[in-house]
Design a protein. Structure first.
Length: 379
């Protein structure tokens, strides 16, 4: 074995976090662009400009989403099984919404009909806004605790409902997800387009970032006063994974304990706020490249803020805190994590390299003139 069991558990917590960050920065940007499509593009040519800024990348960016799902299944099978059974209707809603994205991108401009194209524009909006909202709602419910139980045979049973997921705190987190992706996409469009489209994109992006800052602060205040989860006793982290062999309690403000124990983690919420503010400033100063870099770091800060607060919990149980799933006891075997680690060391850098290469080779501003001169070859 390359690493001991405890180290591999920690490494896979970090790898899944990296994959989620990659998904947010790349595919999340595509979702934000589709959400802005109807608002920054006032006519068909302008909307085609917007779509073609991500036309070469949107399908490749989904590799991060697929890889994150595969890693979750292989590294944390108990989490995957419990989440996908408990959030079944929410996940099906996300799946059906995502159907609009490939169809919308590929078929929108095939027929020269305004009604046809308008319908696909709204389909792209729904196919991006719904998943962004639901993903945020899911994270909000993880912080609140998910109503499930695990019996002595390690069978998970979910006792909640779809509408129970749509509680006020989770909806705020869902709106944070939407706002930060729209803000990120606004900076991308300001960089990749020109004239009126760039100006509108910058304006909507700044508005979204202002909303994000406000909601992020509200959610932080809420988390500081809600019940968090604490492990009182558990088996050795090197031992066989058993999610029902620990003792967990809840306490007001417990989600902030890690920031007290590891003060360096306070850098993550600071990055979330400060990078959003910097992005707004850079956008106003017409420096969209710096604004896009700022929103990318902002996304890292937000995801790591949630991860640091919950560590080592992955999926807390509100029905029975003792069966809450953590990165220590909801994982695959030592050998499985080891083999997967070798695969990740090989393939994650490959994904990073070819993604970077694609962005470098296809980098340009998309203009109305380009669409007019290549009407059949453009999206």
């Amino acid at each position: 074995m390359i690493f001991d069991y405890e180290t591999l558990k920690l490494i896979w917590w970090l790898i899944i976090g990296i994959l989620l960050i990659g998904f947010a920065i790349t595919d999340g940007m595509d979702m934000g662009v589709a959400m802005l499509l109807r608002f920054v593009g006032k006519n068909d040519l302008e909307r085609r400009v917007v779509i073609n800024t991500i036309g070469a990348h949107w399908d490749g960016n989904q590799v991060w989403f697929i890889t994150a799902g595969g890693a979750l299944f292989a590294a944390w099978p108990m989490v995957y099984a419990t989440a996908f059974s408990g959030f079944y209707f929410a996940m099906m809603l996300v799946l059906f919404a995502l159907f609009f994205r490939p169809l919308g991108f590929d078929y929108r401009s095939k027929i020269d009909s305004q009604r046809w194209r308008n319908n696909w524009d709204w389909g792209l909006f729904a196919g991006s806004a719904i998943p962004a909202l639901i993903f945020g709602v899911a994270f909000g419910n993880l912080l609140l605790g998910v109503p499930f139980n695990i019996d002595d045979l390690l069978r998970a049973s979910y006792q909640g409902s779809f509408f129970g997921l749509l509680n006020p705190f989770a909806l705020i987190v869902g709106l944070i997800s939407v706002a930060m992706l729209v803000g990120h996409a606004g900076m991308w469009l300001q960089l990749r387009t020109d004239s009126d489209v760039a100006a509108r994109s910058a304006q909507y992006g700044r508005y979204a970032l202002m909303l994000f800052i406000t909601l992020f602060a509200v959610a932080g205040f809420w988390v500081a006063h809600m019940d968090g989860y604490q492990i009182i006793a558990m088996p050795d982290t090197q031992s066989f994974a058993n999610p029902i062999a620990k003792t967990v309690t809840t306490a007001p403000g417990a989600w902030l304990d890690n920031y007290t124990r590891m003060p360096i983690t306070i850098i993550f919420p600071v990055l979330g706020f400060s990078m959003a503010i910097l992005a707004i400033m850079f956008s106003k100063l017409a420096k969209p490249a710096l604004a896009l870099m700022s929103t990318s770091i902002m996304l890292i800060g937000v995801i790591m803020t949630a991860g640091s607060a919950m560590f080592p919990f992955v999926m807390p149980s509100s029905n029975n805190p003792n069966v809450s799933l953590t990165m220590w006891d909801a994982v695959s075997s030592h050998n499985t994590l080891n083999v997967m680690f070798i695969a990740a060391v090989i393939f994650v850098p490959i994904i990073l390299c070819y993604t970077t290469w694609c962005y470098v080779k296809m980098w340009r501003k998309v203009t109305i003139a380009e669409i007019e001169n290549n009407t059949h070859g453009s999206y």
